[in-house]
Design a protein around this ligand. Structure first.
Ligand code: PGA
Length: 261
């Protein structure tokens, strides 16, 4: 469980909402979400809307994340946006999302380079890992997660690990409505912490922040929040509805404050 038992709730808007819609959404969400010491809320809009939202957002209420970045700082890389360009605009970046891995064929090496680039530029990476349905059917989940973790974290020092959040997102659960059971998540969260313990030692294993993502909604969120080692969510579809998203944030707040008491 992360330090201070603070929850982190990330809304990944993917390729949705144009600039106007994003601005209206943020306005609505700002009115619904109370600022809590117990929860960090992070919004990940498309690259196009990041800049304008960064001028509109109240940073005490929300932080911003890039959905991806390119690992070189500058140069001839048509269409890409670098971590050094995102510096100052975002506080977080999603790295190695399954859609990047599977649709755009990004490797563990790409992911690792992006983790490094984010850290080099003062941006906290949210490193996504997760098995496919086929890998799960073959009982390979723990091996796949291990390889993605080791691949993504190679060269990361234990000090840098403090900046990193790990998001467990089983590919088969993303956008399918077929969310993992809380027992699945509990088992995987333990496995990730034990892998981190082998790589970085006991303290790192206890404090690294682990999120769950994959068809999280307002009805299933509370269940995951009872798992002590789950520090929050990476939410796609349900984050596009401001009322639903704020409801999940409120649930995270309740769960975190219940533990603090
Ligand atoms: P979902 O997406 O909540 O729509 O399943 C999660 C994600 O891709 O981060």
């Amino acid at each position: 469980m992360a330090k201070e038992n603070k929850k982190l709730i990330v809304g990944n808007w993917k390729m949705n909402l144009n600039m106007h819609e994003a601005s209206l959404y943020l306005h609505k969400l700002s009115g619904l979400v109370k600022t809590h010491r117990t929860v960090d809320v992070v919004l990940a809009p498309t690259m196009l809307t990041l800049q304008s939202l960064s001028l509109q957002v109240n940073y005490r209420q929300f932080k911003l994340a890039a959905q991806d970045l390119y690992w070189r700082d500058h140069g001839a890389f048509t269409g890409e946006v670098s971590a050094s360009q995102l510096r100052g605009v975002v506080q977080y970046a999603i790295v190695g999302h399954s859609e990047r891995r599977h649709i755009f064929h990004e490797s563990d090496k790409d992911t690792r380079n992006k983790v490094q680039a984010a850290i080099r530029n003062g941006i906290s990476p949210i490193l996504c890992i997760g098995e496919t349905a086929a890998e799960r059917a073959m009982n390979e989940t723990i091996h796949v997660l291990h390889d993605q973790l080791v691949g993504g974290l190679a060269n990361v020092t234990s000090e840098e690990l403090n900046e990193i959040t790990i998001a467990y997102e089983p590919v088969w659960a993303i956008g399918t409505g077929n969310n993992a059971t809380s027992e699945d998540v509990r088992v995987v969260e333990k496995a990730i912490r034990s892998q981190i313990r082998h790589l970085y030692g006991k303290t790192a294993a206890e404090t690294v922040r682990i999120l769950y993502g994959g068809s999280v909604n307002k009805d299933n969120a509370a269940d995951y929040l009872t798992i002590p080692g789950i520090d929050g969510f990476l939410i796609g579809g349900a984050s596009l509805d401001a009322t639903v998203f704020s409801d999940i944030i409120e649930k995270a707040h309740k769960a975190a404050s219940a533990v603090m008491k």
